[in-house]
Design a protein around this ligand. Structure first.
Ligand SMILES: Cc1ncc(COP(=O)(O)O)c(C=O)c1O
Length: 364
């Protein structure tokens, strides 16, 4: 087998090896079907079972109530930045946005093209290193919805619990921490996540929407952009990304059967993240964490080194140890270690040990 590295990419990202092996095994012929997943119709019995199982598994993992629809769409989370206001923000209404980093800003910029928006809180003044307290939120009680980003992938800032917004539907971008821990779906009007971090390959985005909100979708919207049409057609209005949905189904099986559900996944993720943050905290400032400790992401661990030269050296030396994709996003700099569900503990331990060694050699 080709040697595999520990891949800390922010997405598309590391997969469970057992899932990759199964994809490889099934690639030429799905068991009982005699054709590849790449070759079968989205209307075939075999694919119907796959998409139904994918939905069933998501419902089980997240305890999704029956009055919520699960949609599989394309266009990534970026398309959701537009579809959310196109469907949920009526004329004369306003939508509130809580901005805790880059992705929240991108979502807001797209929503502004569609309708009226407000900023309920913006963490820019401290360079997006934390999430707001309840008292800091400046919410409009009549808003069509409140949008926030549960985990800011670039800054490494994560909400520990959902913001309290009263009766206004809460809309959440969970792209980079989807399926990393349990969430109480009932608290949300809509949540969305592109798959390519924790849930599968790029190409499919999961939308979970409370069914009463489907009534807001204007029938004059272009068909693909209309949530109600996707819901009425069980995500088969057009040809869905069949391969991506198949792999998503395998990932959900891995979470249910190998990991034991999202409580167990959350414990593993917390244990992994702790190893890196402990090294940051004992480094006497050599590694400077970006996020305030109470808002640290379990998925994207972000920190800076004392200089750009040391950062470059860190990334290069790590790569020689098969620890790859550690360079921080260009807008923030420093290091970002993305340690999604499928990153094994051994990978995080190897990074922690490398960090300790690099510090011993380079700390003045
Ligand atoms: C939090 C968050 N939202 C949105 C996106 C955009 O997703 P996509 O590239 O699938 O449109 C990303 C991608 O990295 C993300 O991390």
């Amino acid at each position: 087998m080709t040697e595999r590295v520990y891949n800390f990419s922010a997405g598309p990202a590391v997969f469970p090896l057992s899932v990759l092996e199964q994809v490889q095994r099934d690639m030429l012929a799905l068991p009982g079907v005699g054709a590849s997943i790449l070759e079968i119709s989205h209307r075939s019995g075999a694919f119907t079972t796959i998409i139904e199982d994918a939905e069933k598994n998501l419902r089980k993992l997240l305890s999704i109530p029956d009055d919520y629809a699960v949609l599989f769409v394309q266009g990534g989370s970026r398309l959701q930045f537009s579809m959310v206001p196109m469907n949920l923000l009526g004329r004369g209404q306003v939508a509130d946005y809580i901005i805790t980093g880059s992705w929240g800003n991108y979502a807001l910029a797209e929503a502004k093209k569609v309708g009226e928006t407000r900023v309920a809180w913006d963490g820019k003044s401290t360079n997006y290193d934390r999430v707001p307290d309840r008292a800091e939120l400046n919410l409009e009680p009549q808003a069509a919805y409140v949008h926030y980003t549960d985990n800011e992938t670039i800054q490494g800032v994560e909400f520990q619990s959902e913001p309290q917004v009263g009766d206004v539907p809460l809309v959440c971008d969970v792209s980079s921490n989807f399926l990393s821990r349990p969430i109480d779906v009932r608290k949300y009007g809509l949540i969305y996540a592109c798959a390519q971090k924790n849930a599968g390959p790029a190409g499919v985005t999961v939308v979970i929407i409370r069914k009463d909100l489907l009534k807001r979708s204007d029938p004059n919207l272009p068909g693909y952009l209309n949530y109600d049409i996707h819901a009425q057609n069980n995500s088969l209005w057009n040809t869905p990304p069949t391969f991506a949905i198949y792999v998503l189904k395998l990932i959900t099986e891995w979470l249910l059967n190998d990991i034991g559900g999202l409580e167990a996944m959350h414990r593993r993720n917390a244990d992994k993240a702790r190893l890196l943050y402990e090294e940051v905290d004992r480094s006497s400032g050599f590694y400077a964490g970006h996020a305030k400790p109470q808002c640290r992401s379990l998925m994207n661990v972000t920190f800076r080194l004392p200089s750009d030269e040391l950062t470059t050296q860190f990334v290069a030396e790590a790569k020689k140890r098969n620890l790859t994709e550690l360079k921080g996003h260009r807008s923030v700099g420093g290091i970002r270690a993305s340690i999604y569900n499928a990153m094994p503990l051994a990978g995080v331990e190897a990074l922690r040990d490398f960090m300790a060694e690099f510090r011993r050699k380079n700390q003045k």
